[in-house]
Write a protein that binds this ligand. Structure first.
Ligand SMILES: Nc1ncnc2c1ncn2[C@@H]1O[C@H](COP(=O)(O)OP(=O)(O)OP(=O)(O)O)[C@@H](O)[C@H]1O
Ligand SMILES: [Mg+2]
Length: 285
């Protein structure tokens, strides 16, 4: 049961692009360009000069959650925004709701209220598209102690567990196979035989494997729950270095108690208070 949940986020995640279709364009009235030039002059000028600084933010707005059949909210009006290719860290006391929030963003549960969107901004910092619902297929999640959910007898089978088995899935499989090479390289597993039993890997290498499994899906947002927990000092340093490299490629939202080690990577941080209340706060280190 747990194993299928651990792999749930990457069954069909291929080919999604950030830019919304033209049907949902809605330029902000505050950001409309002034009509100084004629249309054709404008177009030529834009072609020659345009260096796009567009960027996206993941936006969580006023999200509340209470598990079915219970009376207490685990998350209470959580709002925050995280810019693409940045590193966000959520810290806070045990039982405050950090894991619950990650599971919601990954799409395992639905919020009772609030929204989770991607908002695109133009060069001028103004929203230039309507916000899009975050597609959970674009989100990867590495649970706390992911190695506990490994199910296969060798590394290759572990990575491809959950790949499409239906007819017509061959094209997708080929694409995933190409990505596998890149993922294995980027987590530093190249020297390891793919025939090896995942359970025979060291703690740090198991953690790398868990990351590779998610990276094969090329997520835009990677959620990590306590990525350093249970590792020795050397493996912790390796994982921190790996996360620093991954930040160049994708957006990372991390829940951790290991503030000191992760502090150099952090762009934004929030404290989760008991009762699932999130507040922006610099790291107390
Ligand atoms: N399905 C559920 N039904 C009822 N209560 C739940 C459910 N899932 C989690 N909880 C409770 O919600 C609270 C928040 O749990 P959560 O695992 O999100 O905390 P956390 O901040 O990640 O804690 P830790 O730092 O120990 O990992 C806890 O008190 C937990 O027991
Ligand atoms: Mg937790």
């Amino acid at each position: 049961m747990a194993a299928s949940v651990a792999h749930q986020s990457w069954t069909t995640a291929v080919g999604w692009t950030w830019r919304p279709t033209t049907t949902n364009t809605r330029p902000s009235p505050l950001c409309l360009p002034l009509p100084i030039f004629s249309d054709s002059v404008n177009k030529r000028k834009n072609r020659a000069l345009r260096v796009s600084c567009d960027y996206s933010c993941f936006q969580i707005k006023d999200v509340s959650y209470r598990p079915p059949g219970t009376k207490t909210n685990l998350l209470d009006g959580v709002s925050f925004s995280l810019r693409e290719k940045s590193f966000g860290l959520i810290f806070g006391r045990s039982g405050s709701g950090k894991t619950t929030l990650l599971q919601l963003i990954a799409g395992f549960n639905k919020p009772m209220s609030g929204s989770i969107h991607v908002q695109r901004y133009g060069d001028d910092g103004c929203p230039n598209w309507s916000p899009e619902l975050l597609d959970e297929k674009r989100v990867g999640i590495v649970f706390q102690f992911p190695e506990r959910y490994f199910v296969a007898e060798n590394i290759l089978d572990e990575v491809i567990f959950g790949w499409p088995r239906q007819r017509g899935g061959n094209h997708l499989k080929q694409l995933l196979a190409l990505r596998l090479q890149k993922a294995i390289t980027s987590v530093g597993l190249t020297g390891i035989s793919l025939d090896q039993d995942p359970q025979s890997l060291s703690g740090g290498y198991k953690r790398r494997l868990a990351l590779a499994i998610q990276l094969v899906q090329a997520p835009d947002l990677l959620l990590l729950d306590e990525p350093l927990a249970g590792l020795d000092w050397k493996a912790r340093a390796d994982v921190v270095k790996l996360l620093r490299d991954l930040k160049k490629e994708l957006t990372l939202l991390v829940v951790s108690h290991d503030l000191k080690e992760l502090a150099p990577l952090v762009d934004e941080s929030w404290r989760m208070e008991m009762g699932g209340i999130l507040k922006g706060e610099p790291l107390p280190v």
